[in-house]
Ligand binder design. Structure first.
Ligand code: DI6
Ligand code: FE
Length: 393
């Protein structure tokens, strides 16, 4: 199917900036972009769609979510409003383990059904590629169920889903010892799930309340032998040197990074590891330490953004609001926010086929009813998406 979207303004995201083309057009053949540039040079194609001056960006990429889970933590939220601390909540059976219990109790069908509205909320704001992590099953059977549910979402909606195994997210109650659980992750869970084709990448939670750098390194070693890329939840609550560890393993990304130091930034720069900032979690947990944005810029570390959609620390399903938070709370520029949900998010997933409007890339487009790119970042709780195109459809 040949198509041409014309009379549009483009954010191609080609190169470094937004790649603005004022009088632009995008042509597509068999789901791939064949042309993106000035109208004057556009091919003559049978089916022409008049965009009436609207803006076209690449379809958005949400490169860090935990959107497949059951239950919710609204009650825990209320307890926190009443003054309870995370630790108190965790000790009384709340936190990640409460979501684990609900996720274990759900069938695969139920997980799909309960997660679909969250995916639909992302899609409604122009998302065409989404990463989904496991990490609420914490057993072979239940991590498999979560990853299979994530894969099935891609059959139910016109969206690309990339799955990440996050077995080393929290200690399940049947294990008394973190090292013993990591052994189970390394020897049993990860090899089995990878063999079943359920794992596109491997992640871990490197934190005092999560797993130590030495434990994370064991998981990364297994990922390497399986040929799987790695990424890491690092420096969210404290500085354990997780980002540098991830960089040393050639990680695609290190995520959160509020407590990242200069040495960690330099290590990420040297390995080309993307910094994924998650303003929703920063906001929701009322964190006060900002990620080192100036140092990331100074070292040329690519910056991506994501919703971190999860029930405990970022119950957020709006990439546009995440962009606004990144600008307001982290002082990211409009260009950085939009690149963070397109070009740089694709880079954080190792996907070279999406994230910009260039010949040869997938024809995933978001068409916006806006007068200027800054409107995507500036508004709060308003969705100007006019249309979403996935693989040219
Ligand atoms: N960091 C987070 O912010 C989430 N997981 C993680 O590794 C929290 C997940 C939860 O509380 O359910
Ligand atoms: Fe996360």
């Amino acid at each position: 199917m040949n198509r041409l979207w014309h009379n549009a303004r483009l954010m191609t995201l080609e190169g470094r900036g937004l790649g603005i083309v004022e009088d632009g057009a995008v042509a597509c053949e068999d789901g791939a972009i064949t042309y993106a540039g000035p109208s004057a040079g556009a091919p003559k194609t049978a089916e022409r769609i008049d965009c009436q001056g609207r803006w076209i960006s690449p379809g958005l990429v949400d490169c860090h979510t935990h959107l497949v889970y059951a239950g919710n933590r609204a009650r825990e939220f209320e307890l926190r409003l009443a003054g309870a601390s995370y630790e108190e909540i965790a000790r009384s059976g709340g936190g990640i383990v409460s979501t684990m219990k609900a996720t274990r109790a759900a069938t695969e069908d139920e997980l799909v059904a309960t997660s679909l509205p969250r995916l639909d909320a992302l899609i409604a704001e122009g998302v065409t590629t989404v990463e989904i992590k496991s990490g609420y099953g914490l057993s072979l059977t239940d991590e498999r169920k979560q990853l299979r549910a994530a894969r099935r979402l891609a059959d139910l909606r016109a969206v690309a889903v990339t799955t990440t195994f996050l077995g080393a997210h929290a200690l399940p109650p049947e294990f008394a010892d973190r090292d013993a659980y990591v052994t189970h992750v390394c020897d049993t869970m990860l090899p089995a799930l990878a063999a079943e084709g359920l794992v596109d990448a491997v992640d871990a939670f490197c934190e005092g309340i999560g797993f130590s750098p030495a434990q994370v390194a064991r998981v990364f070693e297994v990922a390497r032998t399986l040929g799987l890329p790695v990424k890491l939840h690092a420096e969210q609550l404290s500085d354990l040197g997780g980002a540098a560890l991830a960089a040393g393993h050639g990680a695609l990304s290190a995520d959160h990074l509020e407590y990242l130091d200069e040495a960690g930034v330099a290590a990420m720069a040297a390995s080309g590891t993307v910094a994924v900032l998650l303003p929703g979690a920063f906001y929701f947990t009322r964190e006060e330490k900002r990620p080192p944005v100036e140092a990331l810029r100074a070292h040329g570390v690519p910056i991506a953004l994501a919703t971190d959609c999860n029930p405990g620390t970022s119950p957020l399903t709006s990439p546009l609001l995440a962009m606004n938070m990144a600008a307001t709370l982290f002082r990211l520029t409009v260009e950085e926010c939009i690149a963070g949900f397109t070009r740089e998010a694709a880079r954080a997933l190792g996907h070279s086929d999406v994230g910009t409007l260039e010949p040869g890339k997938a024809c995933d487009l978001a068409i916006w009813d806006i007068g200027q790119p800054a409107e995507l970042v500036y508004r709060m709780g308003f969705n100007p998406l006019h249309a979403r195109i996935r693989r040219g459809q």
